[in-house]
Design a binder for this molecule. Structure first.
Ligand code: DC
Length: 218
């Protein structure tokens, strides 16, 4: 039987950084489910679908084949065979993903892929509904969060480091809006699973969070 760790939480809580480190230390596979929703969002944007057009989202998403591969330990998201890793980390794609991921047809497709991956291997999977829907039987479940101000500052630093100019207040506003959408949507909203351990990373270092989660697995 494979060992599954589920990490859920809002945008910018540090899920991917932490999940990657845990995967490395424990020799597990890291599955970034947000990247799959982002690849789908990119496909929708490329096909001229707008956030408001629910019907079109359902039609067009059927034509997207999303899969993942691992190269040198890094997850590569393939959209109809194309490596889109370098194209999905923009605010535009993130905001579209937050809207299109509320769609039942989009989720059906991607959740199935995620379940299959977790059956085959020991995984650390991060997202919004991993502990509640994708892997309800996960061996360790964590709900990782931080205040919106801290999350906005982390995102701001990340973008600034990449040389992108951005506005801290606007980022925090976007984060609050995205949280609200992710938490109030009808299908698989972001919420803490009853048996998940709450970890607030606002005043913790990355390594402290990693250690805490690894200790929960033992
Ligand atoms: O974690 P992220 O920012 O890369 O995720 C992008 C969007 O995808 C996010 O707004 C919510 C959605 N998402 C989801 O609905 N379910 C998941 N398991 C992962 C992400």
């Amino acid at each position: 039987m494979s060992y599954n760790i589920a990490i859920d939480g809002p945008a910018g809580a540090g899920k991917s950084t932490i999940a990657k480190k845990i995967a490395k230390q424990m020799n597990y596979i890291y599955v970034d489910t947000g990247a799959m929703y982002r690849a789908m969002a990119l496909f929708l944007i490329r096909n001229g679908v707008t956030k408001e057009d629910t019907e079109k989202i359902e039609q067009v998403c059927k034509k997207a084949d999303i899969s993942i591969e691992y190269r040198d330990g890094e997850q590569i998201v393939l959209l109809n065979g194309e490596n889109v890793n370098g194209l999905i980390r923009t605010e535009e794609v993130g905001n579209m993903a937050s809207v299109s991921s509320a769609n039942g047809k989009v989720r059906e497709k991607l959740v199935q892929l995620q379940k299959e991956l977790a059956k085959k291997a020991d995984v650390v999977m991060d997202g919004r509904d991993i502990g509640t829907c994708v892997l309800p039987e996960a061996d360790t479940k964590v709900y990782l969060t931080a205040s919106s101000a801290v999350r906005a500052k982390r995102r701001f630093d990340e973008l600034t480091q990449k040389g992108e100019s951005c506005d801290l207040d606007k980022i925090e506003q976007d984060i609050i809006e995205r949280d609200h959408r992710d938490m109030t949507r009808e299908i698989s909203p972001l919420k803490q699973a009853e048996d998940a351990v709450l970890v607030d990373s606002s005043d913790m270092t990355i390594d402290e969070v990693v250690e805490k989660i690894i200790s929960l697995c033992k």
